[in-house]
Design a protein around this ligand. Sequence first.
Ligand code: IVH
Length: 701
Amino acid sequence: MSAKEEIDKLTEELKVYQDKYYKEGISLISDNEYDRLTDRLIELEKEYPEFQHPDSPTKRVGSDLTNDFPEVRHTIPVLSLDKAYSDEAVLDFFSKSIQKEGGALSFAAEEKIDGISMVLYYEKGILVRAVTRGNGEVGNDVTPNIMTMPSVPLSLPESLDIAVRGEVYLEKADFERLNAAESDESKRAANPRNLAAGTVRRQKSSEACRVPLTIYCYEGFWNDKTQTPPDHIHILSKLKALGFRINPHLAFFDSDKEKAREKLASAGLDGDAYAFSEIDEFIKKKTAERKTLPYEIDGLVFKINELDVREKFGYTEHHPRWAIAYKFEAPQAETELLSITIQVGRTGRITPVAEIAPTKLGGSTIRRATLHNQEYIDELELAIGDIVSVSKRGDVIPAVESVIEKNDKGNTTFVLPSECPCCHTKIVQIGGLQYCPNYDCPDQVKGRIAYFASTDQMDIETLGPRTVELLYNAGILESIEDIYSADYSAAADLPGIGEKSIKLLEKGIKESLTRPFTTVLSSLGVADIGKKSAELLVRNGFDSIDKILDAADRGDPDSFASIPGFGEITGKRIVEAFSSDRLRATIEALRKAGLHMDSSLDREENAEEQTFSGQVWCITGSFKNFNPRSKALKEIEKRGGRTVSSVTSKTTHLLAGEGGGSKRADAERLGVRIVSEDEFMAMLGTKDDGEKHEDGQLFLF
Ligand code: IVH
């Protein structure tokens, strides 16, 4: 037998023994015999390295050669996840995603294993590289160490080019055992993750091999997109079939439980099915289960199941827009309370805000935290100068959680002023909250105008809070209705506003005239009428402002209260709000200005010809007329086009602005039509009117 033949034979044989042992715990031969064969193969491979198989079973035992972990570039995006700290925030992620997609979505929920992020690259079914996350673009090649892990397939049953993401970790019991056996106390690791991280970077794979690391895989990226399974759960089941270790503690969320169950079953996966509404129950269950798991988890990961939607949503610079990590522990920091300022919102609500000594919290520096109301301050017995703990629990807005140390200056519990800090009207108490009752309070007026013009409402691009403040102070803009009748020429003299900016503002205002009735309705700032309830009103027959005003005139709260989700109190409040002369005057002025006060007006103006139907657009670079770039995407979608975040063979057009990176090269390579901004404007049927700001920013400042 030639050396090559002997290597081939031993490789084949040992692979069978290893598989049987690692997968089923069965030893087909004695340990001695196994060691003898392995030693022989190692010897032969040393002498004839050219005959060594890339997935040789000797990789499992590691070598004494020194690893140098060269840096290599990832070929898939290796980003981390956006975080949430409450079940509301997860639910919010569900509903915002569904809203953005404008259709049904389902979500997979996985345990967030606290280990080391790893990408396994396979070429033609052979493991060629195992790379740490690194900075997301470049990581360390730790292949020899990862190859010693029995749970990592060295070769696959199919000749695939794929990248698989997973978490390398160490079970708690193994960590305890190994740490206890370490006589040198200074060498003991603080937790399983640290020991796993150290092992992954051990210089000798023969040593790494002694730590029983394992892996759970959770994402797969097929080089040939046409081979990609249809959705996330099918990816998981395919990975499982290929021999990867998949965490069986999978949960699946859909609009109802039955649907969720069916989808899981369609992928042949076990797992728990949930309806969206059961999110708090799920999080409670997992929080309790956490301690009993054999490995450490620091949260739960929620991922959109539909891959085409993932592609459409794409990535920010730091994380995918299609997934979120719920973390069990909210980041906390300790800092000093310097002072408390009082904010007056657009509804008159008074909110005390803690001004704190700047501190780092969950990756950003914070200077302010909410204190909710007087009751909250009383509960904490909070005084200026106290050392407090702040956290990012429920919201993105940090909150003061507790007092760590009382101040030594003799300051006592803070008491809200009795007057509105803005207009000096006496503050009133409504159900535990404080309000300024003056409708004309400047802070409220400015708040109402800014809310009306905000992106989520009428979306008058240039009219942000700072511009509102400036125009209000100059006496140019004193109410919502003023937006449509004000003489902005006087604003040209204001510092920071030039003629160009005014033109832009006027253009934004003009564009806002086409917003649908539901948007106009929710922008009025009536308590209880946000986007959702405005839509509910319209769907339940209140499809014009006159119908709402009529019901208010009749003093008929029941016609609102009977709408599912509204109730008696809301009904009464709507009647009360629309009976106000002030609001009615605003409505009449807006009607005169040409805003949609009837949803029948919406359809005629909004229907764009579907000139982009069947087309798939990708976008790169920055634009003069579309800032943020999502504006261009909206235009494409309005005309029936589909938008994607990367150029593939299915992409039909690349809209290329200034700058832009590799997408242009991809488009050229794939023969995708590249469209310039000017061409695009022509395709939209909009001429560039030259009214853009020099730096392409559509802001006044
Ligand atoms: S998905 C683009 N799923 O958590 C895909 N990550 O902060 C993003 N992690 O770096 C990752 N368990 O190392 C995903 N089931 C899981 C995970 C998981 C642990 C880690 C991963 C990632 C970090 C995100």
